[in-house]
Design a protein around this ligand. Structure first.
Ligand SMILES: NC(=O)c1ccc[n+]([C@@H]2O[C@H](COP(=O)([O-])OP(=O)(O)OC[C@H]3O[C@@H](n4cnc5c(N)ncnc54)[C@H](OP(=O)(O)O)[C@@H]3O)[C@@H](O)[C@H]2O)c1
Length: 273
């Protein structure tokens, strides 16, 4: 008799999440939607018919990026737990309950082991990782107090391939994204059985103000619009892990499997080139 705790072969090929192919009728909270990848995602989601709630730290920038009166714009600094609490209280009061959350907000400053500011490192970890716990808690509270509509709930974490393994210049950024990758895996295991989909988005290089700081050649650089396209394509497939562009991220996934002896030598050599 088959052991019920061992997944059957055909289950391995089933999507890990309910595929999201249709955005009309969805209410999406885009955290970090005023610039870069978040902005491109927001524009595309509006075009596909989603009702959008968009947040970032600067209200005037949100108004500029999303002039449509139908878009709910909320200034919210995710590094401040009280801002997140206030935002969710406002959404609850307005009965504007997101069924899908894109957690896109993040910061990056190049940082090397021999020359860095620990306060800047702390701020990176606060925004890129610690804030995620506060945001998730607040939204789960909302979801627990408001009945679910017909639309299945879904959480999308935007992380980075920099979280796969240690890379030069990513002293704080890499650690924050490695932590986020783990958090997403735990969320999947624990929220999916409760009917909540969870996806982890791992972009390679995307041309935004974040990567404009880099002074090295960035292979397979994408536009924010391409990044948004690949993200939504992954959600339409029902993927948990959405990584792109594959010609670059597949190589990084391979490097992730190498023993340290080989990994350090290869990455060290790339850095010298
Ligand atoms: N660009 C890349 O190559 C790349 C690659 C891999 C992963 N990623 C990840 O993708 C995400 C978006 O990156 P991006 O390149 O699009 O960056 P970006 O252009 O700098 O946009 C970042 C967004 O996050 C918001 N934000 C930053 N700090 C915030 C805070 N404390 N509270 C609320 N909102 C905040 C910003 O709005 P305000 O400034 O108005 O607050 C902005 O809307 C990040 O998580 C990043 O780590 C990017």
């Amino acid at each position: 008799m088959a052991n019920p705790s061992i997944p059957r072969l055909r289950d391995l090929f089933r999507p890990l999440n309910p595929p999201i192919k249709e955005w009309t009728g969805r209410t999406v909270w885009l955290v970090g939607g005023s610039e870069g990848i978040g902005l491109a995602l927001g524009r595309e989601l509006i075009a596909r018919g989603a009702q959008l709630i968009v947040s970032g730290r600067r209200q005037e920038r949100l108004l500029e990026a999303f002039p449509e009166p139908t878009v709910c714009k909320i200034a919210c600094d995710i590094a401040k737990p009280e801002d997140l609490e206030q935002t969710c209280a406002t959404l609850s009061k307005q009965k504007l309950i997101p069924d899908t959350v894109f957690w896109v907000a993040g910061v990056y400053s190049p940082m090397q082991s021999w020359d860095f500011d620990p306060f800047e490192a702390e701020q990176t970890l606060r925004i890129n990782l610690l804030a995620c716990y506060h945001g998730l808690r607040q939204v789960l509270n909302l979801w627990q107090t408001h009945e679910q509509s017909d639309v299945p709930r879904h959480w999308v974490w935007v992380s980075s391939v920099a979280g796969y393994r240690g890379l030069p210049l990513a002293m704080a950024y890499g650690a924050s994204k490695a932590g986020l990758n783990q958090l997403a895996e735990v969320n999947y295991l624990e929220l999916r059985p409760r009917g909540i989909g969870v996806s982890l988005v791992l972009p390679g290089f995307v041309k935004t103000r974040l990567t404009d700081q880099n002074d090295f050649a960035m292979p397979s650089l994408l536009s924010p619009e391409e990044a948004a396209h690949f993200t939504l394509k992954g959600l339409a497939r029902g993927d948990f892990e959405i990584h792109y562009p594959r010609r670059f991220t597949r190589l990084l996934k391979l490097l992730r499997c190498l023993p340290y002896g080989l990994y350090f030598r290869l990455v060290g050599r790339l850095r010298q080139d």
